[in-house]
Write a new protein. Structure first.
Length: 179
């Protein structure tokens, strides 16, 4: 919980600073995160305590230069590595994206179900319901979840709608046991 609060504070500060400087921080962090995620070696170098701070910074500097990232992003990544807080980067990135989405007037969420894909009419109905309930445009991504046998679970930030068979059975079990 403490790490989430710290990550959110870092993200908010970064977004405010990048707004003042008119930088597209979300885009920069997306490029950097995608680059890190594509390379197991780079991910290992940055997130494991096997390598020295100097080794991490020298490799990261080359990567960030190749990506053409701003000094704000470079300095922040240096700070995270030097303070041994690089492990917070995924949470910080997620918070920056959420803040950026809010500024743009929409929310992102996921739909989980048992099928390989969701019928378009069901996705549209869920999207329309959420837009009416939340008052913002909602962008939903579908993910297959092996733990869902039937129905759907929708998560948009801290709102969760669970219409899965598993959830219905759990509610039934509770009602029987509490009767």
């Amino acid at each position: 919980m403490k790490e989430q609060i710290i990550a959110k504070a870092y993200a908010q500060s970064l977004v405010e600073l990048s707004d003042e400087l008119k930088l597209d921080l979300a885009s920069e962090l997306t490029k950097l995160t995608e680059t890190i995620n594509k390379s197991n070696n780079l991910e290992t170098l940055l997130f494991l305590e096997v390598f020295t701070t100097e080794e991490k910074l020298s490799v990261l500097d080359v990567v960030m230069a190749d990506l053409g990232l701003s000094n704000i992003t470079k300095n922040f990544m240096h700070f995270l590595i030097q303070e041994k807080r690089i492990g917070l980067m995924p949470m910080i990135f997620k918070n920056v994206i959420v803040i950026d989405d809010h500024k743009k007037g929409f929310l992102r969420g996921t739909i989980e179900g048992s099928e390989d894909s969701i019928p378009a009419n069901i996705k549209d109905n869920l999207k329309n319901y959420l837009q009416a309930k939340l008052g913002k445009e909602t962008i939903l991504e579908y993910k297959k979840n092996e733990n869902v046998s039937a129905g759907y679970k929708v998560t948009v930030e801290d709102l969760q709608l669970d219409a899965t068979l598993e959830n219905q059975l759990e509610k039934f079990k509770e009602s029987v046991l509490n009767s």
